[in-house]
Write a protein that binds this ligand. Structure first.
Ligand code: PRP
Ligand code: ZN
Length: 217
């Protein structure tokens, strides 16, 4: 028995990109009703199932073809760049703008990035940070933590942090200041490199036309 194929799209469940991702899909004409704890949500009027997951896991879902598509920050893509041959970036989406920056406690004067030589920097982006340090011919101890990085200086785990900044609210609330930008980022649509069935390709083309219509406005 042949069931009608549905395209799967992974988006961030809870975080900076969640509302804008859902809003983009809604404005593209997809009707769906995500409930608070649901991890999957089917569009009622279009053959797309939305997976609601952690943003850092989206490259894994898409590379394995568990999800055909994903909406994820370019920062996450860059951190997990070893997977780039497993998926294709379809387009940047013009929302979720943020930057990956070095931040220091507000009371510490900043003169030059070289002042972090041999210091400890806490981050959830160890690969991008290490590449950056290498490019500056700097040595620093990269302390890798998966969340709440802003707490590290107060706990004397690190002298500085390297984290995403959007509005700057999180830094300000933690008495930190942004001193150096490493990377600019926004949300992007990615597609698995696994070959899609002809039917799924049709659904994808239809979805892309709808997204383009919204993004052009
Ligand atoms: C980022 C970052 C900060 C916050 C910064 O988290 O880790 O906590 O956004 O935003 P602000 O400058 O507007 O305060 P993200 O949404 O990427 O979630 P995650 O770290 O849980 O993946
Ligand atoms: Zn994340």
């Amino acid at each position: 028995m042949q069931t009608n194929p549905r395209l799967t799209l992974a988006i961030q469940r809870k975080g900076r990109l969640s509302d804008s991702s859902l809003s983009l899909l809604a404005r593209s004409g997809l009707r769906f009703e995500p409930t608070d704890n649901a991890l999957i949500c089917s569009a009622q009027n279009f053959p797309v199932d939305i997976l609601l997951v952690r943003d850092d896991d989206i490259p894994t879902f898409v590379k394995d073809g568990v999800s055909d598509l994903g909406i994820v920050g370019e920062n996450v893509l860059q951190e997990q760049a070893e997977y780039t041959h497993d998926f294709e970036k379809v387009k940047s989406l013009g929302f979720g703008q943020c930057r990956l920056s070095i931040a220091l406690p507000t009371e510490i004067p900043f003169t030059d990035i070289q002042q972090l030589q041999n210091k400890r920097i806490a981050t959830s982006y160890p690969k991008i940070l290490r590449q950056f340090l290498l490019s500056q011919q700097m040595d620093a101890k990269v302390i890798s933590i998966s969340g709440s990085v802003e707490i590290a200086p107060r706990l004397n785990m690190a002298e500085a942090i390297c984290d995403l900044v959007a509005t700057g609210k999180t830094l300000a609330e933690n008495n930190l200041k942004e001193v150096f930008t490493i990377l600019e980022s926004q949300a992007a649509l990615v597609k698995t490199s696994k070959v899609l069935s002809t039917q799924k390709k049709h659904i994808l083309n239809d979805l892309l036309q709808r997204l383009d219509g919204v993004l052009a406005c």
